[in-house]
Design a binder for this molecule. Structure first.
Ligand SMILES: Nc1ncnc2c1ncn2[C@@H]1O[C@H](COP(=O)(O)OP(=O)(O)OP(=O)(O)O)[C@@H](O)[C@H]1O
Length: 607
């Protein structure tokens, strides 16, 4: 029987996200928005000033061709149609050709140069975001969903690009066109201009109201974009469980709710925009009618000429588009501002775990690893996961951490790699406190196979050689052999060239683990950490892998976390962790003889 579909809770990114929902804030002071805009322009747009200059010059030329049109109409009516002058007709044909040639060249240059800048800005911005994300601490990724982060790196970058291109075009082409045309109509007839202007407030009011509404709607739309990506990411990630448990309906509703939310906002945006256009058309028509009535009678009375009226009306009609875009510049600036804020919320995030000012390279990468009085909690207000944690792992030894789920074993490995920092005590390698070691040298010394294996949609070979792309085929095969992966890889269609699918989905759990172990072994780092790395393997293969890993050890220190105690009997040292402390430690036989927790668990597992 299928489970009763329940109505999902509305998605609230604040539930886990610590990236604020800036898009909902309409009250930011203008100075702050301008400062942010300036920062973005200086960092990403101004470096491309030569291309921008060419684009603006092209826009000015383009605007010039628009402003020339009313003159052209005037001459057309007065010199050709009224006077019936054939010579003037030939002249005007050349002028028309010249104007439209300039217009075509300027239009091309403007568009090409702007696209060039906009492509470069996108690339630079996304590269900056990508390298910054890779520097950030794990805490950031545990608080913010991948969907929310991707939305900022893609949606916001695109929005930013479109809006800033629009602003450049408006401030370049439209402003020059507007000033030129207003100058023309003022010069041509201040009286007709005053008449046309009478309707202007009628246009301005609905435009301003609609823009305010559009701004709020667009902010909401941007926020919903992130929510949709987050919903997809979470849903598709668990697609296997969703299908197996017939939860498609629940998932469909959850996704539909966010998707429909965005559509509703999209519809409101469309409706607001559409409603504006007839209002503006009507008011423009009224202005035209007023000018036509007054100007037309003056032409009939002989007080003015037909060409002048024709030129004036055409200028008035040409004014509409640049005016509309100029009125929207503020809205575009705000849209830009929202996306800039969202992007800088990532770029301004500083990693807390960084090299100390006097950081030195790790002197003895294979040296003794020691925890001294280590205390650690994942959050300042949370109970400590490790408290008074002490252990010494001799250089080149193999150490197994065993203990109940949630007792803090993975946390120990996290601290060795300095993925987190202890709040008290210290972790040292070869006597050197790792807080003073450069992160690059520390992490170069570590190979980690974690519980959730990282595989890419590439060949088995490329996945094994991920940390060492220069490895030879022989080295890759040797690592695969040591990880007991050679037999299954050779049986795959294409062998080492077999594409493993997204996240290694075309391999079994145990196969994925062995590819990951092969990768770690190929890395040949002095510290090897296996966090339940063989949990999905059957007993025989697991024993083979463990034996190989220990045999290949040479001078390598190996830290193993395992639940199956049978797999750790050969370790030099076994540490039993309970509630953040080591409660027993020693060799397998010594711990059995001690008759404590380890002996009891061993007895139960052998059962
Ligand atoms: N990123 C995190 N943020 C907050 N708490 C965490 C985080 N990771 C782990 N914890 C908590 O820390 C405690 C120890 O977790 P840890 O992963 O070290 O346990 P473990 O012994 O490796 O468990 P298991 O055997 O189940 O993998 C758990 O109570 C867990 O809830």
């Amino acid at each position: 029987m299928s489970p009763e579909p329940t109505t999902p809770e509305p998605i609230d990114p604040d539930r886990i996200s610590d990236l604020p929902r800036r898009e909902m804030r309409l009250d930011e002071p203008l100075s702050l928005r301008l400062r942010r805009l300036k920062r973005f322009a200086v960092a990403f747009i101004l470096p491309h000033w030569p291309s921008l200059l060419v684009a603006v010059l092209a826009m000015a030329a383009f605007a010039g061709t628009v402003v020339a049109l009313p003159w052209l109409f005037k001459s057309l009516v007065n010199d050709i149609l009224v006077r019936r002058d054939a010579e003037a007709l030939h002249e005007i044909v050349f002028v028309v050709l010249a104007i439209f040639s300039v217009r075509a060249a300027a239009g091309y240059l403007q568009q090409f140069m702007l696209s060039r800048v906009s492509n470069k800005v996108t690339t630079e911005l996304q590269n900056r975001i990508a390298s910054h994300l890779l520097r950030l601490d794990l805490v950031f990724f545990q608080k913010n969903s991948v969907g929310q982060i991707i939305a900022r790196a893609t949606d916001d970058v695109n929005v930013l690009n479109n809006a800033s291109s629009n602003i450049v075009v408006t401030l370049g082409r439209d402003l020059i066109t507007f000033v030129g045309l207003v100058g023309y109509v003022l010069w041509a007839s201040p009286q007709w201009f005053a008449l046309a202007l009478a309707g202007a407030p009628l246009i301005a009011v609905p435009v301003v109201i609609a823009n305010r509404k559009l701004r709020a709607l667009m902010r909401r739309g941007q926020a919903l974009g992130g929510e949709i990506l987050q919903a997809f990411e979470e849903g598709l990630h668990g697609i296997r469980a969703i299908k197996a448990e017939n939860l498609e309906d629940v998932e469909r509703r959850r996704l539909r709710e966010t998707i429909v939310g965005r559509r509703k906002v999209g519809l409101k945006i469309a409706r607001t925009r559409a409603a504006l256009s007839p209002v503006v058309d009507l008011v423009t028509a009224l202005a035209l009618v007023a000018v036509l009535l007054v100007g037309g009678s003056q032409v009939i009375e002989g007080e003015s000429d037909a060409g002048e009226l024709m030129a004036f009306i055409s200028a008035l009609m040409l004014l509409y588009e640049p005016l509309r875009r100029l009125l929207q510049v503020n809205a575009q600036l705000q849209i830009c501002g929202v996306s800039i804020a969202r992007v800088y919320e990532i770029l301004d995030r500083s990693p807390r775990i960084v090299d100390a000012p006097d950081a030195a390279p790790l002197a003895q990468p294979g040296g003794e690893i020691a925890f001294r009085g280590v205390r650690f909690a994942y959050a300042a207000d949370a109970a400590p996961v490790l408290d008074g944690f002490d252990v010494t792992i001799p250089a080149g030894a193999s150490v197994a951490f065993v203990g109940a789920s949630g007792s803090g074993k993975t946390t120990v490995l996290n601290l060795v790699a300095r993925l987190y920092e202890p709040s008290a005590g210290a972790v040292s390698i070869g006597g050197q406190d790792i807080a003073g070691v450069s992160l690059a040298s520390l992490r170069d010394s570590i190979a980690l196979v974690s519980q959730d294996v990282l595989l890419f949609d590439a060949s088995v070979r490329d996945n094994i050689a991920y940390g060492r792309p220069d490895a030879t085929d022989e080295e890759v095969a040797a690592a695969a052999r040591a990880a007991a992966a050679d037999v299954f890889i050779e049986a795959l269609d294409g062998g080492y060239g077999f594409r493993v699918g997204p996240r290694g989905s075309r391999l079994s759990g145990g196969q994925r683990q062995r590819v990951a172990i092969a990768r770690a072994l190929l890395r040949d780092a002095p510290i090897l950490m296996l966090d339940e790395a063989t949990s999905a393997l059957d007993g025989a293969i697991e024993a083979r892998v463990q034996a190989n890993v220990l045999a290949m050890r040479k001078n390598r220190t190996t830290l193993i976390i395992a639940h199956r105690l049978a797999t750790v009997v050969a370790a030099d040292l076994i540490c039993v962790v309970e509630r953040g402390r080591i409660v027993e430690q020693g060799g397998h036989l010594a711990l059995l003889a001690q008759g404590g927790l380890y002996a009891e668990s061993h007895r139960l597992q052998r059962g």
